[in-house]
Design a protein around this ligand. Structure first.
Ligand code: SF4
Length: 517
């Protein structure tokens, strides 16, 4: 059997980084880890080709070669996922779909011949058995959660490695917390399941032998969900990293209680973890309690961010506006929090109700869900009726996003933050090749000569160089990121403005339809 694995396009988003990736000739931030994991579970005697549509299109020869098309993606990829199913079927090919989007909303992809839902380790063998017996269609589901200790090494060898800025590895699935809006606990459960350290080392050895050096994103939604097991992993990883002379640097996501575990933070730094994404959501305690994010209310959030930063881990954070009973000015309070802590990369979104979450069920009961079936992403209006006027929330969101990524403000915030962070314990082993040099020169040209913030750019670089030269590469990475954010904040403003105008027009209040900044 010849199977074509297809990964759908992402829309432009906070994480898409087109402008930044173009600087280093990369096409996507991360590879499709789910699909290459799936490829390792399907029969070994089948042949596979993988096309990531974020990297390139499927060629005519690939469509002709394929006998089966397998598509997996997330909810934000739904438009291209549906287009991919239709295109494959137009080529006369049967299609199997899976992954978080298909699992959450199977009715929306029911046109595919096979729906392989929930966890592939359990449902792929069910599909293969039925397929081998001649089944022409079917839905394969299981409520059982897979023991990830059995998951094989993903087929990293199917990837066009040069297209990606980072590799990805998964250590655990699930999270012990119960945030009302979160679909991770719906999809993967509240009991974190972890791989064995030897599995992770084998995966890293595999990508090392393929020649990968540089960034590796530990994709776990909460890397520290099982602190005991993560410490066992890190103790072994520390030895491996040292033996290999630190070929990788790691980024990941974690809950804020990381700040209360100095041993864990030190271990992460020892293993060359550089950045950690925290779901801070909001500095408003009432909203945190309402959304059942109690772990964020136990200690002052600014102190937690500072503790993590001073250990040597750079904090990235997610913020949300639009919680029930939120008071006016939530957007400004988030901007103030980001400025106070100095967090360079702050992802800011309006709250959305994701399918099957506790929030979704509550709103459904209250009759407040809107536009079911519509796209949900950072540039769409909220998909439910909030408790304060949507125009007020949207205005605070747009204004907040605009302020967070004002180039001068961003450069200053980043500068302050890196001085607090201090020099990295293990420097990047990525050599300065032609691509990196070209990126550096492009940034210097655009930000150091063309833009009005040129004086700030050079002033900050010189001050960082004088105080801690090893921080200069980090500062350049942030300068590369602002290339994306200045474009993206305009997209946020334009798209939200347009939807708000259309919404207000239906309320016959067109004079209020434009968000002013
Ligand atoms: S801490 Fe993060 S992953 Fe865990 S339930 Fe909350 S939002 Fe979900």
């Amino acid at each position: 059997m010849r199977a074509l694995l297809l990964y759908p396009l992402f829309p432009q988003s906070f994480w898409s980084f087109e402008k930044t990736l173009a600087l280093v000739d990369c096409k996507a931030l991360l590879p499709p880890l789910g699909l290459i994991t799936v490829a390792s579970i399907f029969p070994k005697e089948w042949e596979y080709k993988l096309v990531d549509r974020n990297v390139r299109s499927v060629t005519d020869a690939e469509w002709e070669w394929a006998e089966l098309v397998i598509i997996s993606g997330m909810i934000v990829q739904k438009t291209d996922m549906i287009a991919g199913i239709q295109e494959a079927q137009a080529h006369g090919l049967p299609v199997a779909v899976g992954g978080p989007y298909a699992t959450s909303l199977p009715d929306e992809v029911a046109m595919a011949e096979y729906l392989i839902l929930d966890e592939g380790e359990i449902t792929i063998p069910l599909f293969v058995e039925a397929f081998n017996q001649g089944a022409k269609q079917g839905v394969f589901r299981s409520e059982e959660k897979a023991a990830v200790t059995e998951t094989p090494i993903p087929r990293y060898d199917l990837l066009e490695l040069d297209a990606y800025d980072n590799m990805s590895v998964q250590f655990s699935r699930g999270c012990p917390f119960q945030c009302e809006f979160c679909d991770i606990i719906v999809l993967y459960g509240r009991k974190p399941r972890t791989k064995e350290p030897k599995q992770i080392i084998a995966e890293l050895e595999f990508i090392y032998n393929l020649g990968w050096r540089g960034g590796v994103f530990m994709v776990d939604d909460n890397f520290i969900g099982n602190k005991r097991n993560v410490k066992i992993l890190l103790k072994e990883l520390r030895v491996w990293m040292k033996e290999k002379d630190y070929p990788f640097s790691f980024d990941t996501e974690a809950s804020v209680d990381l700040a209360n575990d100095p041993e864990l933070m030190e271990l992460m730094v020892d293993c060359s973890f550089k950045k950690v994404f925290l779901g801070i959501e909001t500095p408003d305690e009432a909203s945190l309690a309402l959304t059942q994010k109690y772990q964020n209310t136990r200690d002052p959030l600014t102190e937690s961010v500072d503790k993590i930063t001073r250990t040597g881990l750079q904090v990235m954070a997610g913020f949300i506006i639009g919680f029930d009973n939120e008071k006016s000015g939530a957007g400004d309070r988030i901007v103030q929090f980001v400025e106070q802590t100095g967090i360079p990369m702050a992802m800011f979104s309006m709250l959305q109700a994701l399918p099957n979450t506790a929030l979704w069920h509550r709103l459904e009961k209250e009759g407040r869900l809107l536009n079911q079936g519509a796209n949900i992403n950072q540039t769409t209006l909220m998909n439910f009726v909030p408790t304060r006027p949507i125009e007020e929330i949207a205005r605070e969101y747009v204004n907040g996003f605009w302020a967070l990524y004002d180039p001068a403000r961003f450069l200053d915030r980043t500068y302050r933050y890196y001085l607090k962070l201090g020099a990295p314990k293990h420097s990047s082993k990525r050599s300065i090749d032609f691509k990196t040099l070209k990126a550096l020169l492009t940034i210097c040209w655009r930000q150091g000569i063309v833009r009005s913030t040129r004086w700030k750019f050079w002033y900050n670089i010189i001050r960082i160089f004088l105080r801690s030269p090893s921080l200069v590469p980090l500062y350049f990475v942030s300068c590369a990121n602002i290339e994306h954010f200045t474009e993206y904040r305009q997209i946020v403003r334009d798209k939200i403005n347009a939807q708000l105008a259309a919404y207000l027009a239906t309320k016959k209040e067109p004079e209020e339809a434009v968000v002013t900044v």
